[in-house]
Ligand binder design. Sequence first.
Ligand code: FPP
Length: 242
Amino acid sequence: MPLTENQDLNEKTRLPRHIAIIMDGNGRWAEQRGMERIRGHFEGAKAVERISRFAADELKISYLTLFAFSTENWKRPSAEVRGLIDLLFDYLKKEPDELQKRNVRLRFIGRLDDFHENIREEINKAINNSQENSGLQLTVALSYGGRQEILQAVQAISDEVSAGSLTLEEAESFDEEDFRAFFYAPDLPDPDIIIRTGGEQRISNFFLWQAANAFFWSTSTLWPDFRESDLQDAIKAYQMQH
Ligand code: FPP
């Protein structure tokens, strides 16, 4: 990737601070080649590595969030769910050195309790090992749903009121910032761009609250085919509207 082009992106207009991606099209990528769907997810994991490396090393953006597994994805055939979880496990085992080298802090949002203990252990290890890194914050959304995130915030507030650590008056006077303190990663700024690959133009229960002012960019490119130049195209489109 010619550096001059990236410098161009940086200099001409403001770089987005936070890019979030709905990675779609793995299954179709595989089906088009007569392969098992899991093979598409395998190629999708390679795209995760490629794009996060580019975001960290070349673009030097601050936040990248990847929607890897939705609350709805549990309804997929069990072999596919197992395959996806295995891929995630491999990623967590393999990536720490890479992330360390690139100064990337890895974070997770979603209902992590839905995962088996050995996955949660690897997740926690990855979080702890990279928490001091000051470069890109790479957030992986797992068993994530935007509605569920809002609902669990309401439940957490109600629990605090019941426990007496928050008064009803305090809860009733909450503003937006007070409310988002109950989200999975309250300090994560709202995304500037939400990219969806695979051609559909829906938000699919992703970042419902956080998407309020995001620029939405959809491409027909399937996630395993998504390249650095596609990410640059999304940024250029964002900058044109900004
Ligand atoms: C959507 O494609 C993609 C997913 C449900 C999973 C995304 C997972 C990865 C990219 C790999 C693992 C992630 C990490 C972080 C290592 P789809 O199956 O819905 O595609 P389709 O719409 O063509 O059927």
